[in-house]
Ligand binder design. Structure first.
Ligand code: GRF
Length: 241
């Protein structure tokens, strides 16, 4: 082969860049996981979900992963004596998949500080409230009981403070007359499926990062509530009445 032909071939051979690798942790239904899988299927995620890990053996999300041809792993917490022992095992399983990003999508476990520190700056969670309002569980019932006008969901970096890390994006839902916990939950869930893929894509494209106590998007420090998708914009996107 002449030298010039070899040079041309080298020019045409793409560098092995490798897609950014994502591991998703779930405990249940996995509708947020499905939203991410759907984006991946359309080549819009900006990376590849390489494994889904569940602490619950019959979590439906595992089936969603298998259906999409993604490695589905069960790591039952009941088989470990302590939170720390479980988290050490979980870290090992996650690291085997060499993720750039760890996504919590309905992973119903309190995380040890060892675990949180290990994935600092590269772990996101979705929470069903407009943080910092209503950290923890039963957010829809609490919002209704308080009679708030607006509720919603938030994607945030995971830090040691429960549901307390810097927020990247939120979506708002107006609480209507006669709203029930079920109807509110459904509207919030639909918004979760809109904003989680957006935040994940930002991260995987290198646009979103954690710096100190702040989420940075395209070099600009985001406000404490992150970017906000208004009720009207979300409703339009979702074709809601
Ligand atoms: C969502 O409401 C999310 O906000 C919370 O857990 C739930 C998971 O739902 N962290 P799914 O399993 O993705 O359907």
């Amino acid at each position: 082969m002449s030298e010039s032909y070899a040079d041309t071939l080298n020019d045409l051979t793409p560098e092995p860049t490798g897609a950014r690798r994502v591991v998703v942790l779930i405990s249940g239904n996995g509708s947020n996981l499905q939203a991410l899988i759907d984006e991946q299927t359309h080549d819009r995620l900006g990376g590849e979900i390489v494994a889904v890990i569940s602490n619950v053996a019959d979590a439906y999300g595992l089936q969603r992963a298998r259906d999409a041809g993604i490695d589905a792993v069960v790591l039952p917490h009941g088989e470990y004596d302590s939170r720390d022992a479980y988290d050490i095992a979980l870290i090992k399983v996650i690291e085997r998949h060499e993720p750039d990003l760890v996504i919590l999508a309905g992973f119903m476990r309190i995380l040890s500080s060892r675990f949180v520190q290990r994935f600092h700056g590269r772990m996101l969670n979705i929470h069903p409230s407009l943080l910092p309002a209503y950290r923890g569980l039963n957010t829809h019932a609490k919002a209704l009981a308080d009679g708030v006008a607006e509720h919603g969901c938030s994607v945030h970096f995971v830090t040691e403070e429960l549901d307390g890390g810097p927020v990247a994006i939120q979506a708002v839902v107006k609480v209507s007359e006669g709203e029930t916990e079920a109807s509110l939950k459904e509207k919030v869930h639909a918004r979760e499926h809109l904003i989680y893929p957006i935040a994940v894509k930002w991260f995987l494209e290198g646009r979103l990062r954690l710096e100190g106590d702040a989420a940075i998007l395209d070099g600009t420090t985001l406000p404490p509530h992150g970017l906000r998708l208004s009720h009207a914009d979300a409703a339009e996107e979702l074709d809601e009445e």
